[in-house]
Design a protein around this ligand. Structure first.
Ligand code: CUA
Length: 309
């Protein structure tokens, strides 16, 4: 399985493959023409002087050749562009993504209950099936770019744009905000996790469940700390605190590969340092720190969050 692949040179999806064909054909044609022009330049600089029939070279090489080559490339690239996935797609799986400073809210439709399942900073998709991402922004303009899967699409407040992804192989594909959106633009990343349709359905069913119960003393202490520290003012944990969308939904935060929108690997230690002082990992982030929390409570809170698989 590819891990954290963020590369236009290793396309793993439908659109990315077409885009990489564009790049290689244009690069190849450009390189060939550059070499040919340099050879002609070298020939023309020989001491024998001007080549014969200079007018033919100018007319042929300077006018006819570019017209033929550029028209051919334009025709080919226009034809190939029509094969890019459409921005909207009726029979695709539909997922909503809202960009916020500086993270991503991801909402799935639960086929069983018909309700929305809210998650963050990870887009799970089944391999081989077109997935329509409805894109929106909550504050400023952002842009979604997952280089291994597709081209960029801007996310504009008050407008819904769309991007259809189709991953050809299972893997974890890193994506990045591609429009400068403030202090932590560079740390506004996400991961697309493409798995087999069965794995995807099993994952979605688990995400639809409410948060795992706090079934021992440490977890109960962590859950209480979550409420006492007023974390629920910004974060939802379904079954514990509901319907706040200022910060990422944490119902299954322990199942995600990263916290802080791709900033840190999910682990009890990274959760502890993030809760104590998120500014250290991501200066400017809107989450306040909890440096006054005692060590045991902090550990219990981190243990509880990591347990929310
Ligand atoms: Cu969001 Cu840059």
């Amino acid at each position: 399985m590819n891990d954290n692949l963020q590369s236009v040179l290793h396309p793993a999806g439908w659109d990315a493959t077409i885009i990489s064909h564009f790049a290689w054909v244009l690069f190849g044609a450009g390189a060939l023409i550059f070499v040919a022009v340099m050879l002609l330049l070298a020939l023309s600089l020989r001491p024998q002087g001007r080549p014969a029939r200079a007018a033919l070279w100018i007319g042929g090489g300077g006018i006819a050749f570019p017209i033929v080559v550029l028209s051919a490339l334009l025709g080919w690239s226009t034809w190939r562009s029509t094969q890019l996935a459409p921005q909207t797609s009726r029979d695709a799986l539909s997922i909503s993504v809202t960009a916020k400073m500086w993270w991503w809210e991801v909402r799935y439709h639960d086929p069983v209950s018909g309700r929305e399942i809210v998650s963050a900073n990870e887009i799970h998709i089944p391999v081989g099936r077109p997935v329509y991402l409805g894109l929106n922004a909550a504050d400023v303009i952002h842009s979604l770019w997952i280089p291994a899967l597709a081209g960029k699409r801007d996310m504009v407040p008050g407008r819904v744009t769309g991007l259809t992804l189709r991953a050809d192989k299972p893997g974890i594909y890193r994506g990045q905000c591609a429009e400068y959106c403030g202090a932590q633009h560079a740390k506004m990343a996400l991961h697309v996790i493409a798995s087999t349709p069965d794995e995807f359905n099993a994952w979605l069913a688990r995400q639809a469940l409410p948060a795992a119960p706090a079934d021992n003393q440490v977890l109960e202490r962590g859950r209480s700390a979550f409420l006492e520290q007023r974390c629920q003012a910004c974060h939802t944990i379904r079954g514990v605190s509901e319907d706040t969308r200022l910060g990422p939904d944490l119902t299954h935060v322990g199942s995600r590969t990263h916290i802080g929108a791709g900033t840190l690997r999910t682990h009890r230690d990274s959760l502890t340092s993030w809760i104590a002082n998120p500014q250290a990992a991501k200066p400017g982030v809107f989450m306040p720190g909890s440096q006054d929390l005692d060590r045991d409570t902090l550990d219990a809170l981190a243990t509880y969050l990591e347990h929310l698989k």
